[in-house]
Design a protein. Structure first.
Length: 88
């Protein structure tokens, strides 16, 4: 008699647990789909903004007033002979 009650209660608990886990999985799948859609939207917005920033940079670099306040940076050339003398 006690074994029958135990198996009945455990089978009910297993069924309830399975239902709760399946509901949780459904919500997790929905959340995953929403996150995927959101990431795709952000990627497209990022690409659009990247193009806009590139165009803005080109326009600013071509502006005479901008070049007056921020002159172009000249890269320094380091000769190999200076490097060889330093290593010795």
């Amino acid at each position: 008699m006690k074994a029958d009650i135990f198996f009945f209660i455990s089978s009910i608990a297993t069924i309830v647990f399975t239902i709760l886990v399946s509901i949780l999985l459904v919500y997790l799948i929905k959340a995953g789909k929403n996150l995927y859609k959101l990431s795709e939207i952000l990627k497209s917005s990022y690409n659009d903004s990247e193009e806009f920033i590139g165009e803005l940079k080109e326009r600013l670099e071509g502006n005479m007033i901008f070049r007056m306040f921020f002159p172009p940076i000249r890269k320094r050339r380091i000769s190999k002979s200076n490097d060889d003398n330093v290593k010795e």
